[in-house]
Design a protein around this ligand. Structure first.
Ligand SMILES: Cc1cc2nc3c(=O)[nH]c(=O)nc-3n(C[C@H](O)[C@H](O)[C@H](O)COP(=O)(O)OP(=O)(O)OC[C@H]3O[C@@H](n4cnc5c(N)ncnc54)[C@H](O)[C@@H]3O)c2cc1C
Length: 437
């Protein structure tokens, strides 16, 4: 099934299952969700935004629509930030960049690099909005890299009454407002930490035995600035190991073999049937941080296109056991899988970040566009990872109960209290938040 057919079929299925008939035919990026909103508005200024916030009964901020679940859905008004997308200022003293919330990382990367600066990390794709990505704790990889929201230093939000409130790092609520699930208000501006720009070379190795992970997991993940492993779970092989090294690192020299894996002889797509033309350059060719840290290029379709995604986080200390627990049940889900990616993240202090106060491993699944079978296998993967304190990605598909979610986040109650304080009338609530908060 191609992307267009998938979007059409999913939209028909979704509409048939909804009591509320959507007035727009707007879908999320994947096409597995047709938003239930009566209208979508595109404010171009704070004044226009305020007008829409005050006029709507139950609005919801919409970023670049890349989430796979209903976290960004609304049955009333979706307020898109796609036209609030400017770089506002660079504070060279503090090393912060202030941006409007709808700017995409790809756009910001280019602008920052021209000024001589970089962000610490990026996700697999540059197409996502800064506020939407941080709201769900979107991450890249790297043992010393926190997720993207860990770069936030300041945040300004419009509340339900149209007033603006601003927090900076150090404020007692700051660590609660950054990963906000869209539950607190509409983020208007954000300050992100910047550093001098740097270059990255990407090296790909094929066919690493999973047996090597038992004793060398740490070594492998410390080999680069950002490391990803891709597997189809067949024959206990990591099919591709992507190592992104800063060109100012000491160990930049290329090698032909790595723990028995062989250096790729050509550029590769993680889903091998797809063209690597969509992917950022590999083969050790150095390039700017914003064109190497993501796996996919800005002007091209990321990942597969017609697909679903789920992702699970476990504390770093369980990495090998958790991977083996998934490996043990791979035959039940492999028919529906394009590829799995395994990444690492440094601990942070953000209340609803899956890496809150613990180094973390992410086990991601890019699924074929087969909602019924994918939703049927997710509980089995969640059960296999249950002994390892599994948490799901806030923006992807999952079936974990709200009770389990609450228990996994030590600051969940504080977040609930914060949401109640900032949004006492439940202005920003939707079905996803009502269920999970
Ligand atoms: C192909 C693909 C690859 C991906 N790769 C990665 C990856 O490498 N790592 C990873 O962690 N995730 C990844 N994701 C998931 C994605 O990063 C998250 O779903 C992210 O939240 C999407 O951002 P968005 O701008 O599209 O936000 P949306 O999906 O539009 O919204 C997400 C949430 O943010 C809220 N929101 C958006 N803007 C604002 C605002 N201004 N103020 C308040 N709330 C706001 C929305 O209300 C909603 O709750 C990927 C998704 C796709 C489709």
């Amino acid at each position: 099934m191609n992307r267009q057919e998938f979007i059409k079929q999913s939209s028909i299925l979704f509409m048939a299952s909804q009591i509320h008939i959507p007035a727009t035919s707007e879908t999320n990026w994947a096409g597995n969700l047709t938003y239930s909103a009566k209208k979508i508005v595109y404010p171009t200024s704070i004044e226009e935004l305020r007008k829409e916030v005050l006029a709507a009964k139950q609005p919801k901020a919409l970023g670049s629509k890349h989430s796979f679940n209903t976290i960004a859905n609304s049955t009333d008004t979706l307020i898109s930030t796609s036209k609030l997308d400017k770089l506002l200022s660079i504070d060279r003293q503090k090393m912060w960049v202030w941006v409007e919330s709808g700017i995409k990382y790809g756009t910001l990367g280019l602008l920052l690099d021209k000024e001589g600066f970089a962000l610490h990390n990026l996700a697999s794709l540059p197409h996502i909005s800064v506020a939407g990505a941080c709201a769900t704790a979107t991450h890249g990889s790297g043992d010393k890299n926190g997720n993207l929201s860990s770069a936030v230093r300041g945040i300004e939000m419009m509340k339900a009454d149209g007033t603006l409130e601003r927090w900076e790092q150090g404020h007692p609520d700051f660590n609660g407002v950054v990963v906000n699930l869209g539950a607190l208000g509409i983020v208007t501006k954000m300050a992100l930490a910047i550093q001098p720009k740097f270059e990255v070379s990407q090296f790909v190795f094929e066919n690493l035995s999973m047996n090597q992970l038992k004793d060398h997991f740490d070594e492998i993940y410390q080999e680069g600035y950002s490391v990803s492993m891709f597997t189809h779970w067949e024959k206990k092989l990591i099919n591709q190991l992507w190592i992104k090294k800063r060109t100012d690192a000491k160990n930049i020299h290329p090698v032909n073999t790595y723990f028995g894996a062989t250096a790729a002889s050509t550029h590769l797509h993680p889903i091998k049937i797809n063209s690597p033309v969509n992917c950022t350059d590999q083969m050790g060719i150095s390039g700017p941080w914003y064109e190497r840290l993501p796996h996919f290029k800005m002007g091209f379709t990321p990942s597969n296109g017609a697909e679903l995604q789920a992702e699970y986080f476990v504390p770093r200390k369980y990495a090998y056991q958790a991977i083996m627990a998934v490996e043990a049940i791979h035959s039940i889900f492999v028919p529906y899988l394009f590829v799995t990616e395994i990444r690492s993240m440094a601990a942070d202090e953000l209340w609803l970040s899956p890496a809150y106060q613990q180094d973390t491993i992410a086990i991601h699944f890019t699924w074929k566009p087969d909602t019924k079978n994918v939703m049927a296998v997710l509980p089995k993967i969640e059960a296999a990872l249950e002994p390892y304190e599994v948490k799901p990605h806030w923006g992807k598909l999952f079936t974990l109960s709200p009770q389990k979610l609450h228990a996994r986040y030590p600051k969940f109650k504080d977040f609930q209290a914060l949401a109640k304080r900032l949004d006492p009338q439940g202005h920003w609530r939707n079905e996803f938040l009502n269920r999970n908060l």
